[in-house]
Design a protein around this ligand. Structure first.
Ligand code: PAF
Length: 287
């Protein structure tokens, strides 16, 4: 497995792979790899001739007071995990390589970025879409893989890729959970034992929503209210948002029909965790 830090070198390697007629699968990450990332890498490995993954903790997607400085970084461990699932190249540029002095260009997607995490983290998606565009331009992948846990991010990137004719097919893969239901996240490492237990309210509240939908409840407000009540019972948890939205355009769905995304962000101590489920009305004809 090759590790590349320079943009010019990464571009040369991608061009070489293209000249050889090899398809490129790409998994962008911020490192601190876990099973969620590895599931994307395994799928990308199976579907492409070559597999490139980036490890770059992108400063432009963190707001003031967020965890940019403390975000877990462990290159040695990441290198071993990536090699274990057959990554060919890790692209790990420095911040100055990606954002040299005088850097002034940003990409923004309207609409889809305004609700959910966009409301709580202004500027976050601008940072994500900017860095992903840059990474796509450098790596030139045929397919790029994202996790459903960051569902809003994934569909914002899908929209941007189509709007800007960036090229790669965007593949969204299911959430990988711990055996007790906690969605895997690099930020789970921040949790104490007690907080780790408290963090189960996220998946429990989504289960509750699923049960209500299964029993025929279609009022998004009632579902959100029940989820909020469940979360309130956990003293270490503070709800940031709970949303029921159309899974395509992310507009709020009061009356649930078609496919919806039920998403939430909850603070457990200083750690902000997100989780979601996609739910499709069995009577819906929408595919
Ligand atoms: O999901 C992430 O890890 C990041 O937001 C991404 C897509 C690698 C961009 O920095």
């Amino acid at each position: 497995m090759e590790i590349i830090a320079r943009i010019s070198r990464m571009q040369a390697r991608s061009q070489q792979l293209k000249r050889e007629g090899k398809s490129i699968g790409f998994v962008p990450t911020m490192g601190a790899l876990h099973e969620g990332h590895l599931s994307l890498m395994r799928r990308a490995r199976a579907e492409n001739d070559s597999l490139i993954s980036s490890i770059f903790v992108n400063p432009t997607q963190f707001g003031p007071g967020e965890d940019y400085k403390t975000y877990p970084r462990n290159m040695d461990q990441d290198r071993k995990l990536a090699a274990g699932v057959g990554v060919d190249i890790i692209f790990a540029p420095s911040v100055t390589e990606m954002y040299p002095e005088g850097y002034a260009t940003y990409i923004e997607v309207d609409g889809l970025t305004e609700g959910l995490c966009g409301r709580a983290r202004p500027g976050h998606f601008r940072g994500v879409t900017t860095v992903v565009t840059k990474l796509f331009n450098i790596v030139r992948p045929d397919r790029a893989y994202f996790g459903q846990k960051d569902y809003q991010q994934a569909i914002v990137i899908k929209r941007m890729t189509a709007d800007l004719h960036l090229g790669p097919e965007i593949i969204i893969m299911p959430i990988i959970r711990e055996p007790d239901g906690l969605a895997m996240s690099s930020r789970n490492r921040y949790l104490s034992k007690e907080q780790r237990q408290a963090a189960l309210v996220l998946s429990h509240s989504l289960k509750k929503a699923e049960e209500m939908l299964g029993r025929g409840e279609r009022d998004g407000e009632i579902i959100k209210d029940q989820m909020a009540q469940l979360i309130q019972q956990e003293p270490l948890a503070e709800t940031d948002y709970i949303s029921v939205v159309d899974s395509d355009d992310l507009t709020e769905s009061t009356e649930i029909k078609g496919q919806v995304l039920i998403a939430l962000a909850v603070r457990i101590g200083r750690t902000r965790l997100i989780d979601n489920i996609l739910w499709k009305d069995p009577n819906s004809t929408k595919i």
